[in-house]
Design a protein around this ligand. Structure first.
Ligand code: SF4
Length: 481
């Protein structure tokens, strides 16, 4: 039987995927192997996903970003989904989850796997709902059938909400927003109507065997995650997390790679504790968080409210961030939303990597800052997180080629460009001259360099007098202001 990256790492083997990951992250292959063997990192890599360029998710590596795409009953089709996949990869998604719930699920999933260089994730319970029509009619056999088929299709990781147990459900009574995870709410309804334990929990070992065969990575879903600040860090959320910790061990015993999903909506001051609890309860399995949103009051801007929380979560140890788009809570994202959501989350991930001193992370910032100070506009665009947007914004006001090495932009204008002024204020060796009481300013070279450069203060075109509402202003009248 083909073995998983975890099996092989535990056996001391450095696989081609580990070598590739080491190259991408500038780490030693042996270090990658150790991290995978210890369950501290995962390389989602289904044997059937041939177009994949392997990547790694773990606290010790660069923070990764996932983009969700997928159709719904009302919008999108195969072409539209492939365009979204392309947009997501183009704007820097490290993994893509296909959350389709509309028509042609198999066709869309297969096309995504075939064309995607990044790992593809799914949530099999969505397909089960489509096939059973009524969620309460989902059977154990149907779930296993769907999971097996998706594993054969090449899906690299699947969200499995196996931690939503019947004994946890009453703990959600009294919440402001109940159960907000789609998978969690479907399973809760199933459990209540059928009076039986969560089928994903009951069949967990069987799912482990399927995952081990194809090397599918678990993304243990947080079906009871809080859907608003008021519900954050409650008993239901942490009871489920405890179960996810137990299931992590079961999966590892089967040689299956595991990451664990986290909330949701969490006030800023509780995020660090949430991450540390997960690390503790799940023995360091990579934490994959959705946001979290740090306030509930900004629909239309939730890529921002959640990117703030995501930065804090990644700084505290989360390994992958699931992006949120401006359409969150409002509608299905389109191409522009995917772009905006990804930009917000790549900023969050990178800001956290800089803050945690990930080796080499700040080199990017330093290179861009140098280009900025040198007024090397082309290099600045090239290095920008979203080069097309950076250039488009610049060129809106200064489109000509002659402005690509101009010592200003339209933000402050030529006269007030602080970087130009700073450079002109320095000596030829780039140093400021120290001025003290004893410096003779009359002979100081600083006195010369501080003179406004020729041409920038040309006032010859300014009229001597201007008239506003019948009142004439002259240079003298301004002196009276
Ligand atoms: S004009 Fe202002 S924003 Fe533009 S380059 Fe100069 S200092 Fe920077």
């Amino acid at each position: 039987m083909a073995r998983t990256q975890l099996h092989r790492a535990m056996a001391g083997e450095i696989t081609p995927a580990m070598r590739r990951v080491a190259e991408r992250e500038t780490r030693k292959p042996e270090y990658v192997r150790e991290q995978v063997a210890d369950g501290q990192a995962v390389i989602p890599n289904n044997h059937a996903h041939e177009s994949l360029d392997p990547m790694i998710i773990g606290q010790q590596f660069a923070t990764k970003v996932n983009a969700n795409i997928g159709n719904s009953d009302t919008t999108s089709n195969l072409q539209g989904e492939l365009r979204k996949l392309h947009t997501a990869v183009h704007y820097g998604a490290d993994t893509v989850m296909d959350l389709s719930t509309g028509e042609n699920l198999d066709e869309i999933r297969e096309a995504n796997v075939e064309h995607s260089p990044v790992p593809i994730g799914t949530v099999p319970i969505y397909e089960a709902v489509k096939r059973a029509k009524n969620p309460t009619d989902i059977t154990h056999e149907l779930l296993i059938d769907i999971i097996k088929k998706q594993a054969e299709q090449g899906v690299d990781y699947m969200t499995i909400h196996a931690g939503v147990l019947m004994e946890h459900l009453p703990l959600t009574d009294g919440r402001k927003t109940g159960i907000v995870s789609r998978g969690g709410s479907i399973l809760a309804q199933w459990i209540e109507e059928n009076g039986m334990q969560n089928p994903l929990y009951a069949k967990f070992e069987e799912i482990c065997e399927i995952f081990a065969k194809h090397d599918v990575t678990f993304s243990l879903g947080d079906g009871l995650r809080p859907g608003c600040l008021a519900d954050a860090s409650d008993e239901a959320q942490f009871a489920e997390l405890e179960t996810l910790g137990e299931l992590t061990q079961v999966a590892w015993d089967h040689g299956v790679q595991v990451m664990v999903e986290g909330p949701g909506h969490v006030p800023m001051d509780q995020i660090k504790d949430n991450v540390e609890r997960q690390q503790d309860m799940c023995d360091g399995a990579p934490f994959y968080v959705l946001g979290p949103l740090v306030t509930d009051v900004a629909p239309g801007y939730d890529h921002i409210t959640s990117a703030i929380g995501a930065t804090e979560a990644a700084r505290a140890g989360a390994a992958m961030l699931c992006y949120v788009t401006p359409k969150e809570h409002l509608g299905l994202p389109d191409k522009e939303d995917v772009r905006d959501g990804l930009a917000a989350y790549r900023i969050a991930a990178h800001a956290a990597d800089v803050a945690t001193s990930l080796p080499g992370a700040q080199d990017w910032d330093d290179a861009l800052s140098e280009a900025r100070y040198e007024f090397d506009w082309r290099r600045q665009f090239e290095l920008a997180l979203d080069p097309e947007r950076a250039q488009a914004y610049h060129d809106q006001t200064l489109p000509g080629d002659n402005y690509k090495d101009a010592r200003f932009c339209s933000m402050c204008g030529v006269e007030f460009c602080s970087m130009r002024i700073d450079q002109d204020a320095r000596d030829a060796d780039g140093k400021m001259t120290a001025i003290d009481d004893e410096t003779d300013l009359a002979v100081s070279s600083a006195a010369d360099v501080n003179l406004p450069p020729v041409g920038t203060h040309d006032t010859s075109h300014v009229p001597e007098e201007i008239e506003i509402d019948g009142v004439t202003f002259t240079p003298e009248s301004h002196a009276d202001d």
